[in-house]
Design a binder for this molecule. Structure first.
Ligand code: ADP
Ligand code: MG
Length: 276
């Protein structure tokens, strides 16, 4: 059975004149790492939020583990670009918070709450942050805050992690560290990951498969298998296979986005032109 099964899904926002998603079909397998790329406005976030149950599709079928999605659930953790930690809670409290909410609703025994404390600390170690458990979010760098947000998303042991440009606000060096960290999490927790980015290099380095989307109407244009071994290292970014795929995808994005190439992509194209 597919982990995520998107079947001819349509999404049109109220009052919009074009589909944000038009006839989108995609299957994601358990423990797969899939990245979505494409020009801004092509529906990457809409598709991710629809899988997360935060957005209701207006046509087609969307199944997770064979069941129709009709809202968010603890099986799908989400991480967004803005860290969105609660400033009035310590790091450990932020991580445990969602679980505590479920306790108040009577879903967990006190023994399970104890166990949750253990998991929060284990996740802090996994994220390389055991020393900041009692710190406040505003005492942490952006990269550290985002690691806390990932730990929080992993707290309910989700099968699926949905990430929307989670490293978009971080500097280049911190992003590289985060890339290797999230691949480590993927291996260790056996999570299925769907990761949205407009950065083609990030999409290739992280993904086993790339879904290229096109705008107006938002749709899937091309699927690419990433010809890199499961174990990645930063030097692979300079390999001929990596650079050839990067050039191919950037060209296709430019073709599909018409005159409206956004400045980020233009910048990436210029950089690729000088390095390839
Ligand atoms: P991406 O993440 O690829 O940049 P989005 O999914 O954010 O694309 O947007 C796809 C299309 O849907 C765009 O045309 C955008 O303007 C529109 N859209 C996104 N969110 C909303 C919303 N909440 N209400 C109305 N239109 C929206
Ligand atoms: Mg988006």
């Amino acid at each position: 059975m597919h982990k995520i099964d998107v079947r001819h899904v349509f999404k049109r926002y109220e009052g919009a004149s074009t589909d944000a998603l038009q006839d989108v079909s995609l299957q994601v397998q358990p423990n797969e790492f899939v990245t979505f790329v494409g020009a801004s406005g092509c529906g990457k976030s809409t598709l991710l939020r629809t899988i997360g149950g935060l957005e209701q599709h207006t046509g087609g079928e969307l199944l997770v583990d064979g069941r129709a999605v009709n809202g968010p659930g603890p099986d799908r953790g989400m991480v967004f670009q803005h860290y969105s930690l609660y400033p009035w809670m310590t790091v450990r409290e932020n991580i445990k918070f969602c679980r505590q909410l479920q306790v108040h609703r009577g879903k967990h025994s006190s023994a399970e709450v104890e166990a949750a404390g253990g998991r929060a600390d284990a996740l802090l170690r996994l994220m390389g942050l055991p020393h900041v458990a009692d710190a406040w979010p505003n005492q942490l760098s952006g990269g550290m805050q985002q690691r806390v947000a990932i730990a929080r998303a992993l707290m309910s042991r989700p099968d699926i992690l949905l990430m929307d440009e989670p490293f978009g606000a971080l500097d280049a060096q911190t992003r590289e560290v985060m890339h290797d960290l999230i691949r480590h999490v993927h291996r260790l927790e056996k999570t299925t990951i769907v990761f949205v980015t407009h950065d083609v290099e990030e999409a290739i380095y992280l993904g086993q498969r790339i879904v290229l989307m096109a705008p107006r109407p938002g749709r899937i244009d091309t699927l690419y298998d990433v010809p890199l071994p499961a174990e990645r290292s930063q030097d692979m970014k300079h390999s001929p296979a990596f650079l050839a795929l990067k050039r191919q995808i950037l060209e296709r994005i430019r073709e599909t986005s018409g005159m409206h190439t956004d400045t980020d992509l233009l910048d990436q194209l210029t950089r690729t032109a000088t390095t390839v």
